[in-house]
Design a binder for this molecule. Structure first.
Ligand code: PLP
Length: 369
């Protein structure tokens, strides 16, 4: 986390019902709109991303509603399980965890649903378990092509403020995000951006909700307040993060991530290892998941790099557990941090006797230079 954000968070906690708080709250609620690229309401919860997942569903749907989801990876699978626990009838279009959601399959599925029983389509934008990005604008187009009225919900917990994201332009009804990724904050805040259509659905949605209810938030939010205790210090950090993102320029932030993604992949390919994301053009600028050759444990490799080089690589989750490791290159990250990270991986590969061609770091450096 940038020092600027850490020092913003360390300011004194003020009375969240007092007059000074309104400025903090309004700045955060308003500033977030510029990051989600929306004119609509953005709700802020003192919760991790899972809370905002739940909030998106309980605010707009009713028990037994059919929900179409796409199996991009571990996080799409968790969102589906959560939907099932809430009493929704969640259906998966199965995926191989090597790319983003396929708009054609979504269009075909929705076209079959002549009675319009499917009430929502839910897609993960940046699948953090695989490093694949779903084409959100194309999924919107697919829903429109099928002439289907389902709500469109997108999880951009790890995409927002790292990859281009346009809530309004892409016709998303509910966007879900969190503080601990591109916003460079600690965990603890999460968000729902809601379209007018989603706000209307909220009025008739029958799933039980109390803590997550948008209707309770709207009134106090108008003057910069919240119905219950907000994460005051995280909001200080959020306001600082929004300023930092605009000082750099969102487009520059996105191209920095894209560049780091390309450089990381150049290193991986030079090593002779495989990038988990197989779908060309859908590789993430947020992280790169790397497959280890058969017979090599990714977890043993990660443990060895942590021990020898003090570098913490992401683990493979559920279906790809022990098969992949993940290199994170999101948030407050620069060229030298990436080169250092890749050097740690390359030295780690050697130490753990994983077959590879030396020189991946140089391949990344050539691209960065
Ligand atoms: N969705 C995605 C894409 C994620 O990356 C994560 C967490 O990493 C989640 C959902 C769950 O969020 P949290 O762990 O903050 O509850």
């Amino acid at each position: 986390m940038p020092d600027r954000i850490l020092s913003a968070i360390s300011q004194q906690t003020i009375d969240h019902r007092g007059p000074d708080f309104a400025k903090v709250g309004l700045r955060a609620l308003d500033g977030l709109k510029s990051i989600f690229k929306t004119q609509e309401h953005v709700f802020i919860y003192p919760a991790s991303g899972t809370g905002a997942w739940e909030a998106a569903l309980v605010n707009t749907l009713s028990p037994g509603d059919r929900v179409l989801m796409f199996e991009t990876g571990h996080f799409a699978t968790l969102w589906k399980k959560l939907a099932e626990k809430l009493g929704l009838w969640a259906e998966f279009i199965e995926g191989d965890w090597r790319g983003g959601a396929d708009p054609d399959q979504i269009e075909a599925y929705l076209t079959e649903d002549k009675a319009h029983e499917i009430k929502a389509v839910c897609v993960v934008h940046n699948e953090t378990s695989t490093g694949s990005v779903s084409p959100i604008a194309a999924v919107r187009q697919a829903i429109d092509n099928a002439n289907h009225p389902a709500l469109f919900m997108v999880d951009t917990i790890s995409g927002l403020a790292s990859l281009d994201y346009q809530h309004d332009e892409w016709g998303v009804d509910v966007t879900v995000s969190g503080s601990q990724k591109g916003l460079m904050l600690p965990p603890g805040l999460s968000f729902n951006a809601a379209s007018a259509k989603a706000m209307a659905a909220n009025k008739s949605a029958k799933l039980q909700r109390s803590y997550w209810d948008w209707a309770e938030m709207v009134g106090p939010n108008k003057t910069g307040y919240f119905p219950y205790t907000p994460g005051t210090n995280l909001l200080y950090g959020l306001n600082e993060a929004i300023d930092m993102l605009h000082e750099e320029g969102l487009e520059n932030v996105f191209s920095r991530h894209a560049r780091h993604g390309s450089a990381a992949r150049a290193a991986v390919r030079h090593w002779g290892l495989e990038v988990l994301c197989f779908a060309q053009g859908q590789e993430s600028g947020v992280l790169t998941a790397v497959r280890l050759p058969e017979g090599h444990s990714a977890d043993a490799f990660r443990a060895s790099t942590l021990e020898h080089y003090d570098i913490s690589l992401g683990n493979g989750l559920s279906k790809v557990a022990d098969k992949v490791f993940r290199i994170g290159h999101l948030g407050d990250f620069n060229d030298l941090m990436l080169v250092g990270t890749l050097a740690g991986v390359e030295m780690g590969l050697k130490k753990a006797n994983v077959p590879h061609a030396e020189g991946g770091v140089q391949a990344a450096m050539r691209l960065l230079a």
